[in-house]
Ligand binder design. Structure first.
Ligand code: F6R
Length: 615
């Protein structure tokens, strides 16, 4: 949430920062701003409500040339999106400028005391107080910028990723982090980059340092990179090699990132299972489980935590673990779990699922679970992000960067990894006969080819989308393994097309939602030929009798649902437990095309941002 990018080096900062902002725009797009220190020593700030493109038009053709700069793309928390609330913010004497991601919880108290000392704050944001506070500390003491930032932050309660520039120190950036991610890039020519994630950095350097909580970094063209904690302990930076290619964060000829990512799923699922399935020996390798086997073997309960789409992946995992591992499972929204008084027993295993690895609620829930003694296993996509560093063990999903705000390939990769986990635990516990296990492994290994077949129906789905694009509501119904897919299908539609949609277990419909059905209501049944197929067919009949417009996601060769529905999309036959990996794909394509037909901004839906780093 909110994108931060900064540069100090020998080249003009503006093109690097503005390009970085475009890459980070998926983190927030209410407003954008940039500040540079120009060769004559002026601190020049431009900011604008709207997208990065609006900022560019506002700046026009006289571009800044200074070689130190900071940029920000905002997802509003305190104060509406407008030019004044946009970052960067300056201090009282306009000597420093800051960009900030996070929430300063005691900002009201700090603001009040700054006002009493004569400060005139211009915006409604919590962030502006940081600029005033840091500048005041510098003015009132002999501290240099590095120490002043540390001193000011010691008064602050809350979360921040912060970058500061000072016109009296034009060769320097100060960056600080607490509960909000920051990556530092080290250029071969002595330049430095700072960003909320690696996407703006990867085109410049592969050498990165991940700043840890409560660390402050000074990136100085003369003195190099120094890191200290807020309480002044010296930290030796650990340089990592970035495992990301520039092409993976570009659209590669697709109209939108979301469409590219939907079509990448055969490959992303392949990458998730690569090296983990051994067909020859009929086994799964999951180091993160094997290294802590006693915890899994003796687990009396598995608790799964996540938010949004990751929570839906957790619901699929509930069915998988109960089916294969025969361990009771509870799935919790991380945001609810963290503020309850949760009961965690020493023999519980907690699985935390997150694409970004930075979701504030999931991170906090993990800390709660760990503090009461649970073993926490992370299922994350972004390598080096906060959640994998906080968990006891885990498995990366290896889906590659997901830029589209609506999660697609991250979901199927999460489900693929969770499927392997459930199968592995079930197999090691002796719950799955070897022949069934080997058959499931072979089927899972073949899922990427089957996803390709589903994607082959994209143009047919486009035609169906035209029939539904004007709908105001939609109902998604499924049972068993397909109930979480009904929820996920509804979420995809809501978030990118702004059509109100609900997912329900198909049999629950009679207990209320059936009242919604009239001749106009699109009802999407996810009805592959699984254990509960016959029951779902009865539910389809109940809807048909009341006039809904019916779309069925069915198994190839289906006759019963096809006879009742107005449209069907077929998925290949596969084991019930693997069908979610196929059935979700047409729902992603349907939402995508409906949103495009409604002229919605698919990659940047209103009010949303990728990576929810505030609670
Ligand atoms: C929906 C979506 C969100 C995320 C949620 C959790 O398409 O992307 O619901 O799934 O914000 O994010 P992560 O997985 O990064 O923890």
């Amino acid at each position: 949430m909110c994108g931060i990018v900064a540069y100090v080096g020998l080249n003009p900062a503006f093109p690097i920062v503005i390009d970085g902002l475009k890459r980070l725009e998926y983190r927030g797009y209410d407003s954008a701003g940039i500040a540079t220190i120009e060769p004559e020593g002026d601190l020049v700030v431009s900011k604008k409500k709207g997208k990065v493109a609006d900022l560019e038009s506002h700046i026009g053709s006289s571009l800044p040339v200074g070689s130190v700069g900071i940029g920000h793309t905002r997802w509003a928390t305190h104060g509406p999106p407008n030019d004044t609330n946009a970052h960067p913010h300056r201090g009282a004497s306009e000597r420093i400028a800051i960009i900030h991601n996070g929430i300063i919880e005691n900002f009201a108290a700090i603001k009040e005391s700054l006002k009493c000392r004569g400060h005139n704050l211009l915006s409604d944001t919590d962030s502006e107080v940081l600029a005033h506070l840091i500048e005041e500390v510098m003015d009132a003491s002999s501290l240099d910028l590095f120490d002043a930032v540390r001193a000011a932050l010691s008064q602050v309660v809350g979360a921040y990723a912060l970058v500061v520039i000072d016109k009296d120190n034009p060769g320097r950036l100060i960056a600080a982090r607490k509960s909000s991610p920051l990556v530092i890039g080290i250029g071969a020519d002595g330049s430095y980059y700072v960003a909320s994630d690696a996407t703006p950095i990867v085109g410049h350097t592969k050498n990165v340092v991940y700043l840890e909580d409560e660390e402050v970094a000074s990136l100085d063209l003369e003195e190099g990179l120094r890191i200290r904690t807020i309480s002044n302990d010296i930290i030796t930076p650990e340089v990592h090699a970035l495992e990301m290619e520039l092409e993976s964060i570009e659209k590669g000829g697709y109209e939108h990132f979301m469409l590219k990512e939907i079509f990448e799923q055969p490959q992303s699922i392949r990458d998730s299972i690569r090296g983990r399935i051994n067909l020859q020996h009929g086994e799964i390798k999951m180091q993160g489980i094997d290294d802590h086997w006693d915890r899994w073997e003796n687990a009396s309960r598995i608790l799964i935590l996540g938010c949004g789409t990751s929570w839906h992946a957790g619901l699929v995992a509930e069915y998988l673990f109960e089916e294969f591992a025969r361990i009771p499972v509870e799935v919790e929204y991380a945001s609810e779990f963290r503020y309850r008084n949760p009961i965690i027993r020493p023999d519980d295993v907690v699985i935390a699922i997150s694409q970004s690895g930075e979701t504030a609620d999931t991170l906090a829930a993990i800390k709660t679970a760990k503090s009461i003694g649970a073993h926490v296993f992370g299922v994350c996509n972004v390598v080096g992000s906060s959640i994998p560093r906080e968990t006891d063990s885990g498995a990366y999903t290896h889906a590659g960067p997901e830029i589209g705000v609506a999660s697609t390939k991250a979901f199927t990769s999460q489900v693929a990894v969770l499927t392997m986990m459930a199968l592995h635990v079930g197999h090691r516990k002796g719950n799955i006969p070897q022949d069934r296990f080997s058959r499931l492994l072979a089927e899972l290994n073949n899922i990427p080819e089957l996803v390709e077949k589903v994607l082959g129906q994209a143009s047919r789905i486009d035609v169906i989308a035209e029939q539904f694009a004007n709908a105001e509501n939609a109902l998604y119904l499924g049972r068993g393994f397909q109930f979480p897919i009904a929820l996920e299908g509804a979420l995809k539609l809501k978030e990118i097309s702004y059509i109100h949609a609900e997912g329900y277990p198909a049999a629950e419909m009679k207990h209320g939602p059936i009242a919604l059905i009239d001749d106009d209501m699109p009802v999407i049944f996810i009805a592959p030929m699984d254990d509960v197929y016959e029951k779902v067919v009865s539910n389809v009949q109940e809807v048909k009798a009341r006039g809904g417009r019916l779309l069925g996601v069915v198994t190839e060769g289906d006759k019963d649902v096809a006879a009742l529905a107005d449209h069907v999309i077929e998925i290949p036959r596969c084991d019930d437990a693997l069908a979610p990996l196929l059935s979700v794909v047409p729902l992603q394509l349907l939402s995508y095309r409906m949103a495009v037909l409604r002229e919605c901004n698919v990659d940047q839906p209103r009010n949303l941002a990728k990576s929810v780093t505030v609670e």
